[in-house]
Design a protein around this ligand. Sequence first.
Ligand code: IVH
Length: 764
Amino acid sequence: MDLFDFAEQQAQQTERERYDELCRIINRNNELYYAKAQPEITDAEYDALYRELEQIEASHPDFVTPSSPTQRVGNDLTEGFRKITHPRPMLSIDDIFEHKPDKGETDAELIEFYTRLSSALGQTEPQVVIEPKIDGCAVTLMYRDGKLEYAATRGDGRTGDDITANISTIAAIPQQLPAGAPSVLEVRGEVYMPAADFDKLNEQRDAAGLPAFANPRNATAGSIKLLDTAEVATRPLAFLAHGLGMYEGAPLHTAEDFTQLLKDMGIPCNSPIIRAEGIEAVRQAVKDIDTLRRSLGYGTDGAVIKVADFARRESLGTTARAPRWAAAFKYLPEQKETILRAITIQVGRTGVLTPVAELEPVQLSGTTVSRATLHNQDEIERKDIRIGDTVLVEKSGEIIPSIVHVNKDKRPANAAPYSLFEAVGGVCPSCGEPISQEDGQVAWRCTNFTCTAQAAMRTTYFCKREALDVENLGGTVAEALVKNGYISTPLDLFKLSVEQLGALNLGTDDEVRRFGEKNATKALEALNRARALPLDRWLTAFGISSIGVTTSREVATYHRDLQQLAHSEYLSTLIRLEEDVNLYNTLNPKSRGNKGADKEALELQRRELKAAMEQQAEPYEKRGFLSLLPDGNNKLKLSNPLGSVSTRKLQAWFDSGAGQQVMSTLNELGINPISASYSETATASNGPLAGLTFVLTGALSRPRPEFERMITEAGGKATGSVTKKTSYLVAGEGGGSKRDKAVKLNVPIIDEETLLTLLKGEQA
Ligand code: IVH
C-alpha cells in the first residue's frame, strides 16, 4: 500500500465514521420524533443531517444497508396498542428543498424532479397534481363493504398501531360509508390539529398546570397515542385524506377520480389540488400553494407533487422507502435579522426557568415577532447567543419563533457570554429561593414549595388523589384561586372560608361563573379530612424533587411523624455514614491512589473510623433501618433503604427557608401528620434483599405481582424501569428494551432461578 492508498483509506475511514454517526443521530431523532413526539432538533436541522447522509451514500453505495435511515420510514409503534399489518406498505415521500436566493434558482430541485419524471415516463410534459403537505400524523382508514374496519398509524411502514377507538372520536370521519361504496377502500391521510384549536388547548393545559405542547404536530401525535379514549375526545383533532391504499371497486384512473370518490363517500379530502402540465405550470402551482397554505388554518411545510395518472404511478413504482411518482417540496421557513435587546427569565408553572429573547420587533410570516424562546442555557451556549447580538429569527412550523444563528460580524465589542445562573444570581426571580439543576437535566429549576409562580401547579399536585385527595380544588380552580389572590401557596387553602371559596369566580369578568357553596363545602370537608392523613401522603403533597409516592411511603416507615422527620437524626446519620464510608474506602492501603503512603497510619485511621461508624450505625442496624456491610476488596458499603439522593434532598428541603416556612405554617394550623407504617423495627430491611432494587421483564413462570410481593417481603424493591440504581434485571424469555438498557447501564441480568437463590439469602 502506498501513501496515496493509505490516505484514501484514511479519508474513507473518517467518512465511514461520519456515516455511522449520522445513522445513529438520525435513528435517534426518528425515534424522538415518531415514537416519543418530542423532537430535540428542528426539522431544518434534521433535513440537513439527512441530506448529508444521502450524499455519503451516493458516493459510497457500499455503505448502504437495509437498516440505513434512507431505507426505512420512521417508526412510531407504541406498546399497549394492537398491531395491524398494512396490506400495502405505508411509505414516506422523498423531500426536495427550496434554496436560498443566493444559490441560483430557489426551485432548482423541483425542476430536476420534474425533468426526472419526464424521462422516466418518456413524456415531455407529464401531468401532475400539486397539493399542500399537511403537517400532521399519517393514519390509514380501512373500509370494508362501507364499514370502518380499523384505523392505524404508519408504525414502521409495514405494521402500525390500531387506533380505531381514538380515531372514532373525530366526528368528520364516517364510520359507515353511503350506498355504492367500494367493497374495499383504504384511505390514507393526516390527522392534525387546527392552529386556533391548538392555541386554545394549550391555554387550557396551562390553566390546569399541565405542560404545553410544543406545536400542533406534537399535540396530535400525543393525542392519537393516548390509551384513554375519553381524553382523546377532548382533543380537537381533524383529518384530511390524501392517498389510496388497498382498493377494490370501480376503476379509478386519475387523482381527480379519487378525489371525487372521497367526496361521494363524505370523507374529508385535502385541498386545493392543482393539476399542472409542463415545468412552468408546476413552478407556478408550487408558488400558489405557498400563498394559499398560509390561510388554511393548519400547519403545512411544503407542497406534494404527484403524477396524476394512476397507471403511470404504477409503472414508476416505489423504492423501499418512498414512491418514485411523488416528491415533497419543502419551503424555506421565513427568516429575518433583528437585534437581541435583552434576555428575560420566565419561571414556568413547573418551576423551570426559561430564558426568553426580547427582540427588536420584526415582521415575520405576517405577524410581529418581538420574543423568541431560548429554551435553556445549553441552547444559548451552543449558538453562542449574547445580549446585543444581531440574530437570525425564524418561525418554524409557523408557530413559535426561534433563533437560527448569530451574525457574529455584527457583534458589539462588549457583548459578554450569557450565564442564566449568574443573571438571576442563583435564585428564582419569582421567590428568591436558590435554584438547582436536576441530575442529568439541562434546565434550572426553582423547587420551592411556596414559590408563587408555581402556586397553581403545586396546589393541583397537593390536591391530587395520591397526595391529599382534595377533589375539585385542582386544575382550573387552583388557577382561579391564585389569579384572584386567594392563595399564593398550597397551604393557604386551609385559611379559606366557605363564603370566600363559594364566591370564587371561575369564569371571566364579563361571564362570571361562581364555584358555589356546595362545592366549597365539599372541598373544605376534604381539606379537613386531609389534616388527619398519614405522613406519607403529606410528604407526597409537598412535591419535593425525587420524593414521589413510593419514596414517601418508604420514608414514613422510618419516621414517627412530620416533626420527627423535619429534625431527623436518622437522615443525618445516613448522610454522615455515607461520607465516612467513602472516606474509609479511599483510605484503603491496597488501593493504587495510596501507593507510597504510610500503610500503618492508614490502617490505624481506618480502624478508628470504622469503630466510630459502627457505633453510629448500631442503634439503627438493630432496628433494621440500615446496614453497614463488607463489600469485598477490603471495602465497606452502606445500604440505605431511602437511597442516597432522596436522603440528601429530603434533608436539604427541611433545612431550606421554604421547608421551615411550611413547618411553621403547619404548626400554626395544628397539623402534624403521623406515620401509618412506622415501626421501631422495619422488619423488611433485615431481609436478604434489603437495599436491592429489581426490575422484571420477559416471560416468567409466575405472574409478575407474585414476584414483586416476594421481593418486597424480603426487603427489596421492585420498580418498573431500568436505571443506574437498578441492582438486578430479572429477565425471562424476550424483554427486549429493558434488557438493552440493562446492558447499556451495566446492570447485571439474572434469571428467575438466581432470583430465588437470592431470596433464600444465598449469594448469587
Ligand atoms: S401523498 C406514499 N400527500 O407526509 C406517500 N402525503 O413525509 C404518498 N403527507 O407519509 C403520500 N400531506 O403521511 C401525501 N398531501 C399529502 C400529504 C402527505 C402530508 C404526509 C404523508 C407522508 C408524509 C411524508
